[in-house]
Design a protein. Structure first.
Length: 490
């Protein structure tokens, strides 16, 4: 009797397993169920494929990949005693130490705000890769379909779109649309519209969450999002009396090199409007997340214009917030504008009000030239930014000093690290900047680990060319500028 029961149980079990395998092979079935803590929507597997099946696999690039052999001496010359985050309150570095130690378990998120020197993404890519190689990768971070805004993309993808759109960004004094945390917004009243993000490689291997930030004035909108063979087709929330920012989280078992978003108003009528504020691509595993939130032409009033900063930045949950403007504040008149100090302090206050546990890093601006004259106010800016950072309990990164001090831009241009406009950097220059910023964080942690009793850390800056700076490193690598110094290109 027992033998017969076991045999019957075995037969039923085999049949059940076979049935399960058949169902799992069905291409239209949903993917595996979510974990209990996972609130993201799950997609369906479909026959059609969105993306390039032959796209190159993702590879994390390093500064050595970009600069070649000379990069090996960069962190030895711009060394740990000078390339640091300065502070007046050791408690800030204690908090940084705790947050970094928990990166692989709880995550470590950096939100880097800035202008065109940030938007392009080369520096963010190298900094992101450097930190993720040590603390684990939590994903790619925030992106936007920049082609709609008629501006350049971040360096690792391009975008296309269909439909009629209007746009705005945080560099504009007055905007027709409310701005969100990405610094950009695109809105459409069309019955059908779309945008596509085409990355130059596939995304990292593994499960992904795609956070879609939007505003819908009607509950009649549907959204189709597809990458590879995985498709989401959902009705999005909207239609409140007072439109508000919302976030839709979508799960993907993997992503191809392409993400396509199709927006459709199922019952079009006058007054219906849909806004896109950005997309954050995140891994299922914890680790380091580095959001590039740069906006070309922006200045220190930019974040204050972001209507949805509070709601949307809450979903990013940053541990470190970098405030990296200044070039556009100084360029036109070669002096610090009257409103600068107020804008910087109010920006810090707004960030702290929403993220009281986050650490804020205020940066200085690199020496540059505009209208064929050297902008000497960059030194005054560095001095003032340091003071305001310390007075408002922030960390300070003196990029003016690390880049080389007054007159450094001419050397950067001569060695191919900056463009002929003497303002923007080349891919090589941004790689140097990203590597040194990431290393400054690591240097600060190491310094505090070795000297736990340290109370303050400040490096004196003068207007003269700085020792152990990028300028000094370049001249050590080659006393005179020459072609082929950097054998690899981004």
């Amino acid at each position: 009797m027992i033998t017969h029961s076991l045999r019957s149980f075995f037969v039923r079990s085999v049949a059940l397993c076979c049935l399960t395998l058949v169902l799992a092979a069905c291409t239209t079935a949903p993917i595996n169920p979510r974990d209990k803590s996972d609130t993201a929507l799950t997609p369906q597997r479909v026959e059609t494929y969105v993306g390039n099946p032959l796209a190159r696999a993702y590879v994390r690039r390093t500064v050595e990949d970009v600069l070649g052999q000379p990069a090996q001496s960069l962190n030895r010359y711009v060394f740990a005693n000078t390339n640091i985050l300065e502070f007046k309150n050791a408690r800030l570095v204690q908090q940084l130490q705790q947050k970094w130690a928990a990166a692989s378990k709880d995550g470590f998120t950096i939100a880097h705000f800035g202008d065109s020197l940030v938007q392009g993404g080369f520096a963010a890519e190298i900094a992101r890769g450097r930190l993720q190689s040590l603390g684990g990768s939590a994903g790619r971070g925030m992106v936007f379909p920049y082609s709609i805004a008629k501006t350049y993309s971040q360096n690792d993808f391009r975008s296309t779109f269909t439909g009629d759109w209007i746009t705005a960004n945080s560099s504009q004094l007055q905007t027709s649309l409310p701005i969100g945390v990405s610094g950009f917004v695109a809105g459409t009243a069309a019955a059908e519209a779309s945008f596509t993000l085409n990355f130059f490689t596939t995304l990292e291997v593994g499960k992904k969450y795609v956070k879609f930030f939007y505003v819908a004035t009607s509950d009649t909108y549907t959204l189709r999002v597809q990458s590879g063979n995985f498709l989401h087709d959902v009705v999005v929330a909207g239609g409140n009396a007072k439109p508000r920012s919302q976030m839709l989280e979508l799960s993907f078992p993997e992503l191809s090199d392409t993400l396509r978003f199709e927006i459709r108003d199922t019952r079009p009528k006058s007054g219906n409007f849909f806004e896109v504020h950005g997309v954050s691509i995140e891994n299922a595993a914890p680790g380091v997340m580095y959001h590039n939130l740069g906006v070309g032409s922006a200045n220190y009033g930019a974040l204050l214009t972001q209507t949805y900063f509070d709601e949307q930045s809450a979903h990013l949950a940053p541990d470190v917030i970098v405030l990296d403007w200044g070039t556009n504040d100084l360029a036109s008149k070669n002096k610090i504008p009257p409103e600068f100090e107020k804008n910087l302090v109010q920006t810090i206050q707004r960030v702290k009000a929403k993220h009281p546990k986050a650490l804020i890093v205020v940066t200085s601006a690199q020496d540059f030239n505009a209208r064929r004259r050297n902008i000497t106010a960059t030194y005054d800016f560095a001095t003032l930014a340091r003071r305001l950072a310390f007075e408002n309990d922030c960390l300070f990164y003196d990029w003016y000093r690390i880049a080389g001090g007054r007159g450094a831009m001419a050397t950067w241009v001569a060695y191919g690290l900056a463009s002929p406009d003497h303002i923007h950097l080349t891919g090589l220059g941004y790689a140097v900047k990203g590597e040194l910023f990431a290393q400054s964080l690591l240097n600060t942690l190491e310094r505090f680990k070795n000297q736990p009793s340290i109370k303050t850390l400040e490096v004196t800056t003068t207007a003269a060319v700085q020792p152990h700076s990028v300028v000094g490193w370049l001249k050590e690598v080659s006393p005179t500028p020459r072609r082929g110094l950097f054998t690899r290109r981004p």
